[in-house]
Design a binder for this molecule. Sequence first.
Ligand SMILES: [Zn+2]
Length: 461
Amino acid sequence: MKIYNSLTGRKEEFIPLESDKVKMYACGITVSGEAHIGHAVQAIIFDIIRKYLEKKNYNVIYARNYTDVDDKIIANANKLGVDAMDFAKKNIEKIEKLMQDLKVTSPTMTLKATDNINNIIEFITKLIDKGYAYVAEGGDVYFSVEKDKSYGKLSNRKLKDMISSVRIENEDNKKNALDFALWKSAKPNEIYWNSPWGKGRPGWHIECSAMNFYHLGEQIDIHGGGRDLIFPHHENEIAQTECLTGKPFAKYWVHNGLLKLNGQKMSKSLGNVISIKELLEKYGAEVIRFGILQTNYKNDINITDNLFPEAEKHLLEFYKILMEIKKLNIKTDEVNPQIDEAFNEAMDDDFNTAKALANLFVWFKTMKQKLASNDESVMCDYNAIIKTYSLLGLFTEEPESFIKSREVKQEIPAEIIELAEKRAKARNEKNFALSDELREQITKLGYSIKDEKQGYTLTKI
Ligand SMILES: [Zn+2]
């Protein structure tokens, strides 16, 4: 199996530090607000990498963190007039639910910065003792980049080039403008923890180094995150950890690409960020996964207006073929081994999900032909597709229910859906008079509405 390693800039054979064990860490979400599609992409990709490694019989320990204290969390909580810790906790609960709906399996360990403050303080103390960090006036603690001779190796930057490109500002009492904060002294009315350097809170980069060190050990196999984290975040993680341990931190650095919306960079400041909630309501987990995984994880994903509708169309076609096969009612547990072999071949090549999905079009074409010629071996293909592709979170639904939910969506006029949505809202607000009135309107227009645990179904009368 080959993995592209950002540290060496090459695709390399994957050989873990210990023969059958893989320690993997991915930088998680800073819980300052609503989770967006970028978070979904990252979580889905590393979930799949983890599951594929497990399929290869590795014993995988996968840790992901939540950054639950930082400037943005504090600022957003203040804006809402709520406690920053409560705000972060509630955001985490919401995100966990969304991840479940996206069919992302929980990591082996979910770590939080605020659960690790003592570990972080101990880690920083060790760096100060070793001479790699210093306490500045006012109680901030900085990492001294000049002390780290290999600083810049992940992002291929040279310290002297970086220094000449940075305007030297001494506002923070740093020795070098590139030195970064390990510990930030508390400003008035900010959440804080006591430390040997006074009241304050950790800087962002240190939490990942400390959590890795105390929960996974000095060295790990795979460190992941979005490509935008390479500099400075991952560069700084390497500096902190390797200066402390004197050993290489992660053997493979795996970075996923970024997101674009119709060719434009997706960012909060441009206001073109799509929330996971919105996307799930519109398409559901499988369509989202299918759309995302058509691009290899390393490349940027361009979310065009057509991406998810097209993905939905393909999945619907596939599910219809599956339903036809299911109706044949052929009893066999046999699987067509070719399907899994081709899948593994694609995934062994740096988790090439694009290839794995492209294969689907070939398999389904063959299945259609087999159906037409009453070839019973089609059931072996069916079994293999369900078994193999569940790793990507696809074909996990019953064909009937997937098809039904899409067809309802396609055939019901927008006007009726609008009324049904209004009614759902009224029910939520316990305005039952309005809800009954809307039901009557819907019935008059020729549709019946049935309430379900999650939402409702509309049927033509
Ligand atoms: Zn990190």
